[in-house]
Design a protein around this ligand. Sequence first.
Ligand code: SF4
Length: 287
Amino acid sequence: MSTTPDDFQEALDATLPILQSMTKNLRAKPKATRTSLENLKASLPPSFEKSTGPSEEPIKSAESSEQLKPTSPVASGNDDGRLAKLEVLKKSILSCTRCPHLVTSRTQVVYGVGNPFAELLFVGEAPGEEEDLRGEPFIGKAGQLLTKIISAMEYTREEIFIANVLKCRPDMPEGESGNRKPKPAEMATCLPWLTQQIELIKPKVIVALGLTAVEGLLGEPHTMRDVRGKWLEYHGVPLMPTYHPAYLLRNQTLAEKRKVWDDMLLVLEKLGRPISAKQRGYFLEKA
Ligand code: SF4
């Protein structure tokens, strides 16, 4: 008997809540190997992937080479050999075992997602629980807000690149759920991977989301008051620190949203992108 997209959706709808509940309530988290995920993907009916929207995507591995293809004229570029180099780098990153404590706790390494020719790179601190399961950075609520910011900048997620300083989810103390911040030593161990990605992707601007990402990149702590809205530099690339979207979810005032938006306007100016009057007016207090 052949499997239809509806059968698959039904099975996923029944399975996902159980996995989510196990993830929340059990010390031993459910895990899937990359091979199992690839086998699952290979067994999908041909029309299945097209039939689901972004919010209904099945759990997937970050290993899909689709993530390395340019997806729009804005974001595409002449291949200067970087696609092949990025594939080699990706294989090394996905099999990295430099942090034994994270190797045993992670579901998979979260390589990053987006366009290998991106002019804009967003960098966060580390994958959380959902990102670890899905193999993609910024897909939870904070990720959805980041997508809105990207779209207000008139980009799509496919046109830019998104990655974290730490590529494996920080492990949690036994019996505790949730996410923890990566430690400076963990970030320092992982940072060379991101640096190699940056050297190959060659973004024109990097946006660091949150102070932990800033510390991970620059190697020392800063305060948001000191760095937000100011141009710094990482390996010769202009770096704009701004608040993490999770901060905006906790502080939903126009004033805080405008601070991040001011930073994004600076980024758009640096990139030479046209900025409409409407964009300039986002999140301004009404007189
Ligand atoms: S956090 Fe980075 S350095 Fe550590 S195991 Fe994961 S990929 Fe390797």
